[in-house]
Each structure stands twice: as structure tokens, then as C-alpha cells.
Design a protein around this ligand. Sequence first.
Ligand code: ADP
Ligand code: MG
Length: 857
Amino acid sequence: MIHPDQPDWHDVRGLGRAEAAARLREEGCNELPGSRHRSLFALILEVLREPMLLLLVAAAGIYFVLGDAREAAVLLASVLGVMALTLYQEQRTERVLEALRELSSPRALVVRDGELVRIAGREVVRGDIVLLGEGDRVPADAVVLAQRNLVLDESLLTGESTPVHKRARTAGEATSPPPRPGGDDLPYVWSGTLVVQGSALVEVTATGPRSELGRIGKSLQSLSAEPSPLQRQTRVLVRSFALAGLGLCVLLVLAHGLLRDGWLAGLLAGITLAMAILPEEIPVVLTVFLALGAWRLSRRHVLARRAAAVETLGAASVLCVDKTGTLTLNRMRVHSLVVGEASFRIPTEGGAALPVVFAPLLEHAMLACEPEPVDPMERTLHESGRRYLASDRRFADWTLQQAYPLTRTRRAVALVWTRPEGGGVVAAKGAPEAIAALCRLDPAATSALLAKVEALAAQGLRVLGVAKAEVAGNGPWPEDPCDFAFRLLGLVAFVDPLRPTVPAAIAECKAAGIRVVMITGDYPGTALAIAREAGLDAGAVLTGEALDALDEPALRAQLARVSVFARVVPEQKLRLVEAFKAMGEVVAMTGDGVNDAPALKSAHIGIAMGQRGTDVAREAAALVLLDDDFSTIVEAVRLGRRIDDNLRKAMAYILAVHVPTAGMALLPVLLGWPVLFFPIHVAFLEFVIDPACSIVFEAEPAEDDLMRRPPRPARRPLFGRRILALSLLQGLGMFVLTLIVYALGLHQGEGQARALAFTTLVVGNLALILTNRSWAHTLPATLGRRNAALWWVVGGTLLALALALALPALRGLFRFAMPTPSALALAVVAGLAGIAWFEAFKWLHRRNPDRPGTRAA
Ligand code: ADP
Ligand code: MG
């Protein structure tokens, strides 16, 4: 962002640091009281509403009525266990979100002790001097001390969407309290409103709850917790599961009550079945995956402002990215100067003196920069000026009178300077076409100029034209810089190297079936040269102007073949996003300026730049890229795909595992066999299953073909028919085996049979975890993959099972009898055998890679 019109803050001291800290303690943080933190109590209440816990409590109650206090106590203890586990996960999720919120909260540029520092918006205090720039959200109510072209959008407070102009406070005016917002030309700004243009130096008058925003109790949209599409989709799934389960339970209670006697025992069997069927892991898994996904992204310097973005990333099929700063380093260096037919190549270091013909060009290029530039292009001009021009000193006592910033229609900056001895100069630099227009070159001269530009652009250089005009005395200055009599001085070419990681990242996208589209305000030739260097298949380039001339069908036809868009203004990005969306693509779009916000909002995945980006862009975006680097986007997509994969694996596992559990709770009762399961058994399985799916599968590393397959179709449901069938079959296999073990075991007595069937089920459960870790690789191939959580779960479960079998007290509790070692061995083998067919199936598919893959797709 350039601020040719930034007010000078250099003679302002602002608050002292100690003073600011004291005031912060006294008056509190600059934030609105809100529901930022959920209390532990609220969390516990929420957890207690979980159906699973209610079932456990109900079962404990029944045992109590039956006079079995020990069973009741154990179940209540397991209630505490489940609660602790849930709370732990919730807290973990909450902490992650909290940390992300902290990172994405707005920042403010304040002057403290005479230095410009960027602090968190919540640390702004009354009396702070704040520097506001285009795209900033005003951090607190304040009075305007100085401003240039300041325009604000105050619709948040007034509902009025027309932006309002501001002026600086005059000597006699009150500093506070500011009157209510509304109306043009007031010297006050209010917390929460947006700077849409210009910049200002303001002094804070009220913060936090004392600001106008705080008084009316409005809250800014913060990190949203809105449910993602997947979450919505699964909510329906869970509900129908639960309803079907409820029906079965009623059936079971009736059957038990009528066929055998004992309604309470029937109720217990019903509750056991309900516990076995309830898919309460699904919402837990989703929350954990999305929250941990956001955390993983943040470690790669990507902030997820919406959980849904984590999920959509894996499906991205088009990445629309800015050239400057995202594909390139935005580290400009003056490469060469061109005056007439002569050109001068500026060496990287040392080197020759500047031939005198080039001096006016460089001088005026410098004069067309703001005095303390932040724009890399302007900084390098200043550096070159210091290096080559003795005249540098000469400008120290000149006065900046007027600035004409870049506009949508004129890609040039012009600054008016006056000399102390009288008279002055207007210096302009900008896109060569714009400079040619300012100089009113005739068509022949224009095309001669553009031919030179084309030659430089073909080397990937960014080219600016420079012009000057003499002015007599003092203003008034014209509205439009066209009214000056500009004379062309020449061209300046800049190098902006490609980020070294970009070609590899683009190649990766190509392999992954993701299209990369470059969008830039730069010259077409430059854009094309950089695109080629980056390895983009840039057939042709389309300019913003040509874009405007196309109707929808023509635009779509162009989009099918063009991947480079040049001389585009931010407003045109929206049209590109919508066109891609209409073509069925899942679009990611980067942006940083105020005018990028609509496109960022409209894209499936809006990506704002953390370094260069404005608050407005950040708020509109789903992701914030902290390092502005294109390859980080590709990494995020890779991570999104991995999360997507793992989510499906976890879901497949959950579905599979519920089949034998529910089946074994239901069928023995219906067959008139002894009851196998009691609530305690299901509670044991829950302790394995829950951590298994949320932690083990979340930590699972990526499949190796992750970035060599096409993106997932946007509308694919969580469970395709294929994945649904395969995981139900896994569960069915396990069910049949457990049933056989139970039936055979019954010859040795009920206690033995229960111990054996339970062993088969627990081992089978672990086997299901192991086999579902990959749908592409067989089990032996995945055993070597790192996953610490997995081995904790496997080890802990086996230990618990061994204890339940070996310790007489636990044996009593579980109603087990010690089986013979050979029977036990058989039960273990049966548990492992349940997944054999699926392993064989994976192996066959690996041997025939031409057939549709078996990965979790
Ligand atoms: P990009 O999409 O590459 O970031 P911009 O939209 O920032 O491009 O700039 C587009 C064009 O506007 C540049 O090619 C240049 O001609 C002109 N321009 C940008 N910044 C400046 C500046 N500070 N001074 C003069 N001209 C500029
Ligand atoms: Mg369950």
C-alpha cells in the first residue's frame, strides 16, 4: 500500500510507554465485554447434556434400584471419566480457538515515546496517538488531528452506507466527548468504523465499553463459530441414527419385557443398546478435526478465521493469486533507467557513476515518491537516488503541496513540490500508458514508448514511466493532474524476483489437478514473463479492459484457456471469482486491499495477506496468510486434503465399529441367548473408540498420493455409497465373527463366552483402527508410520483388557469367567481375522492401480 498522502507523525511524541501501561491497568482493555470465554461451569453443563452421559446415569439409577450399588458406583465413576475426557478435549479445542482469536484480532499503529509501534487493538488507551490508513478498522473513538483525503464507512454505527469525509479538528473545537456519528466533515472517528480512503493521525478519546460502539452494545463480527457444511450435514446423519436407535431400543425393551420377565432388566438392555448405537463420536470428531486443523494451519503461518475453510481447502480446484508479493518477493530493485534511446543498467553493487542524462529521470522518479516510503518500489528508488545523486540534499527544503494518489482509472502518482526560492515542480510516475496519457503523447510516440516497455517487460521487469511539469507559484492546484503540462523523462525498470519456492509449488498444484491463475495490476508483458518463469501454463494474457468487454459466455470461454490476468483492478476480481464458481470450481482467491473484500467474501476460500493486508481484507477472508507466500497456500491445501482424508477414515471407522457393538447388544436378546453386554462393557468400548477416532486419526500422516490426485468434487457427500458400503461390510465381518465366538463360548458357560466375545470385540476394534489408518496401503505398510497417539491407545486398551480378565475384582464387575488360554488365543485371532478381507481387498487394488483406488474417497 502506498500512502503518498500520509500525515507526518515525526514531531509527535504520543504517550509514554509507562504511562500507557498505567492507563491500561486503570481503565481496562480496549475490548467489548463479550462471551469470549466459556466458563468451566458452562462447559460442564454442556457436557452433561450429552445423551451418552444421560444414558450412563440412567443405567446407574437402574442398578441402584435393583440394589446393585457396586455396579451403580462403577457406572457413575465412568460418567466422571467420560466427562473428564470430553472436558479435556473441549478445553483443548477452546484453547486453540482462543489462541487463533488472539492472533487474528485487529492491530493498531500508535505513536509511543515518539516511535511508531504496532500493538494489539485491545491495548490502545485513551490519549494514544493512532495512525490510520486505508483499510484499517478504527480501534477506538478518537478526534482527528491531521488527515489527508480521509473517508470513512460508518455504516456499522449509522446504517448509512455512503462513506463520509472527515477533517481535522480546529483549535476551538471540543476534543471530547464526540457527538453521535453521522454527517460529513466532522473531526471525529468512531471505534469499529472503516477507513475506506486516505489516512489520518487521531487522538483516542474513549476505548472499550466507553466508546460509542460499546455504549450501543454492538459487537464486531469476530472469529465465527458458525457450523461448517460438514457439521450441518452430519447433524442430520446423527439425528437419524439416534432416532433409528431409539426405535430399536423401544423394540428391545418390549421384547425383553414380554418374552422374559423383568422390565428393569429390559430397560437396562435397552439402555445398553442405545449406548452402543449412539454415534456421539461424530460431532466430537468434527469439532476436534476442525479445531486441530486450524491449529496445524497456524503452525504453517496460516490463520483460519472460519472453521469451514479448513474443510473446503481440501477441495480447492482453482487458486487465484496476486503476482506481486505472493508469487514474487515484492523486494524491488531498480534494474535500469531508459532515456530516449539510451539505457543504463544499474549494477547490483558498486559500479560506475550515473551518466548525467539519466539524472533528471531518477530525480523526478524519487520526487514522485512519498518522503518516507513504505512501498518497496519507492524505497528502492530512494536508495538509488542516495547512491547516485549528489542533488539528494537539494530536496530537503522543498515542500510537498499536493498529492494525487493512484486511482482506479489512472495508474500513476503525481506529487506537487514547491521550492523555498519560489516556483515548483510536479513529478509523476506510473504505468507507462498512464504517463503517456498525462504527457499527451501522440499515437506514434506512444507506440514507440510501449515498444521499449515491451522489451523490458519480456524480461519480467516491472516498468514505470516518469514525467515532470514545471509550475509557477502557489496553488490552487487542479483537481486532475492531467491539467499540468507534463513532459516525458523516461522509464525505470525494476526487478522483483520470483519467490524461490514458487516453481515447485506450482508444479505440485499441476500434479494435484489444481489450476493456478495469476491476477495482477501489472503490465501484461511483465505478467506473462513472470508466469513463464514460475512454470504456469500461460497461453495468453487477458487485460482488465478486455475482461470488461466480454459477456458471461465469452468470459467463460476465455477462462477455460487463459490463466494470466493483467492490468486488473480489484473490482474485477469479483467477476472472475463468480465466473469460476459458475463453472463448478472451488475457488481460492488472495487479496489485500479494501477493494478486494467483495471477491474475498465471494470466493470459497478468501485468503488475506497478513503482512500487506488491510483489516478489511482480513475480515472478509476465511484464511489469513501470515507470510504472504504462495507456497504456503499450497501447503495449506495439502493439509486440507489430509484433514479431509483423515476425517473420512475416522468416519468409516466409527460407522464400522458401531455395527458389531450394536449387533451384539441386540441379537443375543432377540435370540433368547444370555445377554452379552451390560452398560459397563459399552462404556469400556467408548473409552477406546472416542480417543481413537478423534486423536489417532487426526494425527495420521498424509497418504503419499495426496497431491497427485484430482481435487475432491465440491459436492461430494461425507459418505459416498462406496465408502458407506465398505465400512458397513467391515463392521458386519466383525459382528459375524464375534457372534460365532460367543455362540461357541456358550458351551463353556456364560462367563467364559462373555469374556471371549468381549476380547474378540476389543481386539477387532483395535484391528479396525489399524486397517482404517489407510485405505490405500495394507496394514504392514502402515505399521511403520509415525503416530504416537495410536500406540498409546493400543497399549492402554490391551492393558485394560488384560486387567479386566486377570483381576478377580474386575472380572466380577465385567461378569467374566477366566477362559482357557487356547480359547482366548482363538478369540484374539478371530478379532484380527475380521479385517483380513479388507486387507486383501486393499492389496488387490494396489496390484491393479488402474482400477479405481480404494483410498478413502
Ligand atoms: P500488482 O497487482 O502487481 O500488485 P498494482 O495494482 O500494485 O500491481 O500496481 C499496478 C500498476 O500500478 C503498476 O504496474 C504500476 O504501473 C502502477 N503503480 C503501482 N504502484 C505505484 C506507485 N507507488 N507509483 C506509481 N505507480 C504505481
Ligand atoms: Mg458410540
